[in-house]
Ligand binder design. Sequence first.
Ligand SMILES: [Ca+2]
Ligand SMILES: [Ca+2]
Length: 511
Amino acid sequence: MSRRAILAALVAACLTARPGVAQVLLPPNFVDDTILGGLDQPNAMAFLPDGRLFVTELKTGRIRLVVNGHVGSTDPAITVDSLTNDNIERGLQGIAIDPRWPTYPYVYTCYTHVGSRMVLVRYTATGDVSNPSGGNIVLGSKRTLIHDFVDNADNHNGLGLRFGTDGTLLMTTGDDADGCTAQVLGSLGGKLLRMDVTRIPAGGGGPVPRALLIPTSGNPFVGPDSNACLVYAQGLRNPWRFGVDAMTGAILLGDVGENTYEELDEIFAGHNYGWPYREGPMVRTYPGCTDPGNTYDPPLISMDRNTGYTAVIGAAVYRPVMNGIANWPTLYSGNYFYGDYFMSRLRRLVKTGGVWGPATAVPGQPNAQDWATGLKFVVDFGVGKDGSLWWLKSYDDNMTSVTGAIHRIRYTGTTDVPLASLGAKTLRVAPNPFQDQVDLEWRLTTTGPVLIEVFDMRGRRVRRFEAEASAGRVVWDGRDDAGRPVGTGVYLARMRHANDPEQIARVLRLR
Ligand SMILES: [Ca+2]
Ligand SMILES: [Ca+2]
């Protein structure tokens, strides 16, 4: 967001100041729970596989563990060092948990650092890493993965952080108020970066060589520039928040606009999203560089800032979760929810016939466009282990100090996600252990696209199968997608299906 827009929004917020927090209005059978208040500008969150939650605080630089609605007995888990927090946008930003937790108890975070630079770091957790109700986690052994993101301007930092479904670490970077950089592959600014973190040595230290971060599965741009090798997509302005579809791996991102449009994009490898020559659907110019006439992906949807949009928060793709006690109805599976930092509205996109568009209103939602209202100062979203959509509010509606909160939108109705039929939905592997080949056999209660993937114990996907049937079988010949035989050892086969929680089976390969 531009400084002018921020100031205007702050003034507006003060003029309309009133006590407390607007009520969150939702469709019938949904409630908004406040899980924990009293946080100091919480900024991003990440769930552990066991349901516990890490939250970053923008200005204090604290990472706090939340267990069953309370902060951990050891609090904070760490306060990051050498933080700069002098502008509204500077501070401790995104957070992501290693998908191999607790075997690899790593927490990744990124922040604006003294010396006009931003850093991506990894901490190693010690303490209650395997105890779902344990509150004693300490983060230490800082290892710096990237130490030299330019941070000359005090805004446009990006720094959203998520893992992709293939186990790579994805990170958004803002253009640092220099739009031209978004079109320069050798600059890390204005990009979505994709990194491999599985080859980083244990313990602290760094910065690690760039080459160690380049995914072995390949990124769209190859050397000799080591920055370009981390780039997955370019032409972004200030991409702050994004979501990864847990089933399809699709990456959906909100790019904060300048003065005219906010936009949502689906990110594809090697694609260019147009900034600074495009803002939403608008063709524009930028001082210091000239549009060479490349092909730019148009946004999925643009929001005219005259309608109140100021800083879009591209949120989460909703999917029900395994054994979620409050999974939402099938209607919402695959929906992409998005809010706005200042405007308080939550809307959703659906993909129909391969095209994203605004969802049809559900009966009883607050108004024709908004699925929910009252989410002012939302900064992050995530689907919790219970199947609810959790969200972070950076402070109360008056921006009072230390009033940030964790909320959860919970479904209270009877879900039509076939939880009761989970036992009937199976992914069976036989023979197990196997030597040459193994059958991966599935059975579902409904039809639709089925995705079966095999991962090694480092979380790397080695093989992928797609099918469309309620029951069937594929044969895995012990080779990866490139036809190379995989080594002996344990593999995880994962089945995903549109409306159902995922199924995972362990497979052991012997020789
Ligand atoms: Ca900056
Ligand atoms: Ca764009």
